[in-house]
Design a protein around this ligand. Sequence first.
Ligand SMILES: NC(=O)c1ccc[n+]([C@@H]2O[C@H](COP(=O)([O-])OP(=O)(O)OC[C@H]3O[C@@H](n4cnc5c(N)ncnc54)[C@H](OP(=O)(O)O)[C@@H]3O)[C@@H](O)[C@H]2O)c1
Length: 281
Amino acid sequence: MPRMTVVTGAGGQLGMELMRRLDESAAVGLTRARLDVANAPLVERTMRDIAPDLIIHTAAATNVDECERRRAAAYRTNVLGAWNVARAAAQTGAAMVYVSTNYVFDGAKLGPYLEYDDPAPLSAYGATKLHGERAARQVLERLYVVRTSWLYSRWGRNFVTRLLTVDPADGPLRYVGDQVASPTHAGDLAQAILQLVETQAFGAHHLANEGATSWYGWAAAVLAERGLHDAALEEIRADQFPRAAVVPANSELANVTARAVGVTMRPWAAALADLVRAAAG
Ligand SMILES: NC(=O)c1ccc[n+]([C@@H]2O[C@H](COP(=O)([O-])OP(=O)(O)OC[C@H]3O[C@@H](n4cnc5c(N)ncnc54)[C@H](OP(=O)(O)O)[C@@H]3O)[C@@H](O)[C@H]2O)c1
């Protein structure tokens, strides 16, 4: 019998990329309209009816500054939601992928973070995603915790798609240069998750495109791929760009455990170049 996979948050960047890669007859994508993951009885009933073998839980409150302002709502979705989904997985006998974030780290480390480095989140978003990891682990053994970072996709509004349409002549483009992470193509991540779940290598994994850059470096790379080498870009410090959440200075991820079981990610600049070319074509 083919494996039945459920994807939560199916309307989001990663959820859409997963659904594009899964066989329609063996996958159910649940958007927020169909399943609010914070609704425990609904999660239980929905998963019991579908009886999945695998749940890829991507649904989350992902607006980092909004999570800071609306902590209770972030907790409800990111922690209670993860716990509900993990309990439903345990009840139906499904394995689960919980997608987490580089923002579980405080950014003080020199060099990339390993899977078992100690987390110490600086923001409500990072804290709720870490508590979601723990909530899921508490009730489920067959669990992959996949931490990723700075996701973008070809669809919707994200850092990259905004820069694909911006006209540099409209005004100065200012981007923070002293916060560094690994920009990650949601399509690459979806592909890597689908490889990882074939390994049965449960536990914590980092899956981000290789290498790291700053917001400034990332913006410069998008504009360069558009052929706008002379666009006026200004590098600013994080303290010149006040925001509700504190963001780690360095949250580059090293993909050590996934690589050990044969799941690799390409360099971030190569993934970005592909997406910009695809958007132009
Ligand atoms: N984006 C990043 O840079 C990034 C970095 C590291 C890790 N991650 C993690 O990667 C995963 C996927 O991120 P993404 O970029 O694909 O996020 P996304 O595009 O924001 O998608 C998340 C989806 O979850 C849905 N959602 C929110 N609250 C929900 C609820 N209570 N019940 C059910 N669905 C709900 C959202 O629906 P609405 O749009 O209707 O609210 C949205 O469709 C998330 O777990 C995120 O924490 C993301």
